[in-house]
Each structure stands twice: as structure tokens, then as C-alpha cells.
Ligand binder design. Structure first.
Ligand SMILES: [Zn+2]
Length: 169
């Protein structure tokens, strides 16, 4: 172990990202409208067009994190209790491991912060890149496996976002 010699990670950019998103806070209704539009674009299945639209429209409300350490820092910074953070780390890790195990590429974790009647709510998502030669059907099957991973491997409940994702496949 050489951890004593490692430079302390600098997470100050995440503080700035949290401020940026909170200063542009999106309402639950506007976020729901984006999800509905994506479902319309995807017409019941997964599509790259839907994902591109989603990522573009949530840009001001989303923080992209590269690894579990950054994800953990962000949740703690947002004052989530330790139990919650631990549960979500293992939840998102199940999505990530499944992506990698079926040949998709896990790109990282994102959080979207929105305002629900005055409460700040955080929704977690994982970002995945699928091989260019996969068909829409391949991607749909893979997306369902990734979405339901926490339930299968961790015995955890799926989040609202996971259920939406699984239903679409
Ligand atoms: Zn999930």
C-alpha cells in the first residue's frame, strides 16, 4: 500500500458542478416532460436518438461523475445520510458491473438534481456506451439487463428510473 504517498484527490470541481446545477434547477414537471419526450422518440424501445435527446436536454441539470469515489463525494456533499450513500454506491455498481460483463462500456455515473415542490431531489443514472455494431434489439436486451441488475445481483429494489428503463425494453 502506498496510499500515504498519494496526492489527496481534488473534488472541488464537483462543488462547482453542484452549484451550477442548483443555480439552473429544473422542476420535476420539466424533467418528467423530458422523460415523456424520450419515451415518445423511442416509441416503446431504446434508441440512440432518445439517449442523445435526453443527454442534451438534461445538460444543465446533470453532473457527470467518472467513478464511485466522485459519485460518493457528490452524494455526501448533497447531505445524503451514510446508509443511503452506501446503498446507492452498491446499486449503481451493480449497473456498472453488468454493463461491463455483457460487453457494453460503462462510462460513469451521473446525477440529476431537480426541484419537487421545494425539495431538492437527486436521481442517479449510469451512462453506458453500446458497441456500434449492436442492433436496436441487442441494445434493448442489454438495457433491460443493466436496468434490472441491482434487483438480480443485490436483491435491491429498482429505482423509479430503472423501472422506466426496464419497461421500455
Ligand atoms: Zn438504478
Amino acid at each position: 500500500m502506498k496510499e500515504n504517498f498519494e496526492k489527496r484527490p481534488d473534488f472541488s470541481w464537483i462543488d462547482k458542478e453542484i452549484n451550477r446545477v442548483i443555480n439552473n434547477i429544473i422542476s420535476k414537471k420539466d424533467l418528467d416532460d423530458i422523460y415523456n419526450k424520450v419515451q415518445g422518440l423511442e416509441n416503446g424501445g431504446f434508441s440512440a436518438e432518445g439517449m442523445t435527446y435526453f443527454l442534451e436536454k438534461t445538460k444543465n441539470s446533470r453532473i457527470d461523475l467518472n467513478n464511485l469515489a466522485e459519485f460518493k463525494y457528490a452524494l455526501e456533499k448533497l447531505s445524503y445520510p451514510k446508509d443511503y450513500v452506501a446503498q446507492y454506491l452498491s446499486h449503481e455498481n451493480a449497473h456498472a458491473n453488468t454493463s461491463d460483463s455483457i460487453g457494453a462500456k460503462h462510462l460513469g455515473y451521473s446525477i440529476i438534481i431537480f426541484n419537487d415542490n421545494g425539495d431538492l431531489i437527486v436521481r442517479q443514472i449510469t451512462r453506458t456506451e453500446f458497441p456500434a455494431n449492436w442492433s436496436d434489439k441487442d441494445i434493448a436486451i442489454a438495457s433491460e439487463k443493466i436496468a434490472t441488475a441491482p434487483e438480480l445481483y443485490e436483491g435491491q429494489k429498482l429505482s423509479e428510473g430503472d423501472n422506466e428503463m426496464a419497461k421500455r425494453c
